[in-house]
Design a protein around this ligand. Structure first.
Ligand code: ZN
Length: 276
């Protein structure tokens, strides 16, 4: 069997790992480091200009493993829901223009002042259903990424792979999953839900859970520095049929973002081989 841990082509860098790099810096940095996959966030693609971004990525021969991110469906009123849907359609178009293999969606939290999480879940379901025809037309698979439940109120009311799998069952063709080790490592149902996801797994993100975590959003760890058995999760996703990239996505305001991006990439490459 091929030793995937040695296959550099399966490493991808999420732009959140090398903030504040621009898209141009990300592309050039990955080329310098011999890394062939990137997963840019919308901010740096929009800053570069979408068409120029696509040209830059294609000229460098890079694969866009996923495009981050859209979703955030629930809103307090119809106008808000329509604005979210319009923005999601633009995100699909951007993903298509840069050749992304999928567009990552996070659910969104509760509208301001709301205590109705079941209502938010319904809005997520209906929002994805409304977005799917446009995504299918554009040939961009949607990857719903459940986030850790600490974000349920303000970022993502879909927090488990079970819930994301249910949405895939309900909405069908064109919708899959993003598995992020950081968000799902704690789940006792993880092996069963990854097996259930099977070929629906469109992308796989890695970073580590630090103890203590000093910031709920911006203190993620380099693989190997925390308590997640990341190789065990890789074995689960591979056993489910996923053979795509492992994408390093490390939000780290007070540590890695303060360092040199090239140094970050060197460390990611080393840890990719030993800790993912
Ligand atoms: Zn992620």
């Amino acid at each position: 069997m091929r030793d995937l841990s040695k296959d550099r082509s399966l490493l991808a860098i999420n732009s959140a790992t090398v903030k504040p790099w621009t898209l141009e810096q990300l592309v050039e940095g990955c080329v310098r480091a011999g890394i062939t996959g990137i997963a840019p966030w919308r901010d740096i693609v929009q800053a570069a200009g979408v068409e120029k971004a696509g040209n830059m990525i294609r000229a460098a021969g890079l694969t866009v493993t996923c495009y981050c991110r859209a979703g955030l469906f629930p809103a307090a009123d119809e106008a808000g829901r329509r604005a979210a849907l319009d923005d999601n359609r633009r995100a699909v178009d951007e993903a298509a223009a840069i050749g992304a293999r999928s567009l990552v969606l996070i659910a969104g939290g509760l509208p301001k002042g709301s205590k109705d999480i079941a209502g938010a879940w319904r809005q997520v379901h209906d929002g994805i259903a409304a977005l799917l025809p446009h995504a299918l037309d554009a040939g961009v698979p949607l990857a719903i990424e459940p986030l850790h439940p600490m974000y349920a109120a303000d970022r993502a009311c879909v927090d488990t792979l079970a819930h994301a799998n249910d949405l895939c069952d309900q909405l069908g063709n064109g919708l899959g999953l993003a598995v992020d080790a950081y968000h799902v490592w704690w789940d006792p149902d993880l092996p069963r839900q990854i097996a259930r996801a099977g070929k629906r797994i469109l992308t796989y993100h890695v970073c580590d859970w630090l103890v203590p975590t000093k910031d709920l959003l911006l203190d993620r760890g380099m693989m190997g520095d925390g308590i997640v058995d990341i190789p065990a999760i890789r074995r689960l996703v591979e056993a489910a049929g996923y053979a795509g990239p492992r994408e390093a996505e490390i939000f780290s305001r007070d540590n890695w973002w303060k360092r040199n991006g090239d140094e970050d990439l060197r460390t990611v490459k080393k840890r990719y081989a030993t800790a993912t």
